[in-house]
Design a binder for this molecule. Sequence first.
Ligand code: ADP
Ligand code: ASP
Ligand code: MG
Length: 411
Amino acid sequence: MGIIVQKFGGTSVADADKIRRAARRVIQTADKGYGVVVVASARGKQTDQLVADALELNPNPPKREMDQLLSTGEQQTVSLFAMALDAMGRAAISFTGSQIRMMTDSMYTKARIQSIEADRIHKQLDQGKIVIVAGFQGIDEHENITTLGRGGSDTTAVAIAAALGADECEIYTDVDGIYTADPRIFKNAAKMDQISYDEMLEMASLGAGVMHPRSIEFGKKYDVKIHVRSSSEDKEGTRIIHEVPQMEGVVVSGATIQRDLAKIGLIGVENVPGNAAKVFAHMARAKVVVNDIVQTEISPEKANLSFMIGISDLIDAKKAIEEIKAELKCDGVFVREDIAEVSVVGVGMRSHYGVAETMFGALAQAKVNIDSITTSEIRISCAVDEDQADKALEAVCLAFDLDKPARLRRK
Ligand code: ADP
Ligand code: ASP
Ligand code: MG
């Protein structure tokens, strides 16, 4: 028997009608002879509501308690989903993350999956049941509940598909596939039929919220076929695969905006061996994930050091910096929260020149000032004022013809 994992995001299970619609989709697949494992998210904006409830009581809630709370959203959905299937005459059983031993590390609010006990799921499938698993959550070795980071149900789904050796992992969501840019921001974005794991991983890491970045890492590593598609319409979505035949001349495949960032700058750090190591050792101890590190020597004695972090880590990061500020003998610390990063991504960049010029030219024409620039082999990112980010994305998309399907692009 083949197995298909079907993941339904928050909007796709927001109310009873939507749960019923999702359940019908599951039954259709089961009727084709597949074992179906459903992974479900919290309904609608429930996770946002739980975050707000927590912050009302404590502006810096203990992360363990946060995970304990946030995991309840998906736990409600899965039992409701099982009840809907039961009402349609289907045998179904729901599980929380801990019930299927979704083991993670102890990095509360951004835990990483270590292993899954596939046996319990297999047993239920063998008995002809539809299995529904709560997304986004796991447990650590001490039985504490953990969550995988916002949007993490995608990762639950792909990891389960990998553990079960599923034929495919379908991600049902409120868009009908992956677009060249977030269609909510750039209205004329073009839908892609397929995208490579490498490009999608880069786009997801740079803010394309349609997929959780870790899910793409799992997909690539364990060869999981991923199909991102609409939960409201029955049509082909976007397939994430290893290699997309590179179309001649396609340089940039997509563009993204990342918000929820903060930039920390350390001005005039003493320019001696070991200072950068101290800063990032402290960040690691505080469990802060750091990106886009830039260090520049400003004199033989002094250097400036800046880096980006997720805004949710800002309190921990500031505390860590306070602890070592004196030791670094730095002149000052600045923090920018009103910042966003606009990026272009494309494996075609490896073999083309002029991409940076086009991007910076488009931003200049749109009168968007660039705060800082970072690049990798397949991306260019510019930090800009947050309130200019939408305008910047649109300018960049138009400059790279991202309103057109790949075969019609000039660049
Ligand atoms: P779900 O609750 O189903 O997981 P998400 O809100 O996490 O849904 O992801 C779907 C949303 O991702 C879309 O509504 C869209 O606004 C956003 N998005 C961001 N970038 C892209 C992109 N490149 N292509 C498609 N959707 C994108
Ligand atoms: N419910 C979680 C969130 O809103 C996980 C998910 O939807 O993937 O982030
Ligand atoms: Mg999501």
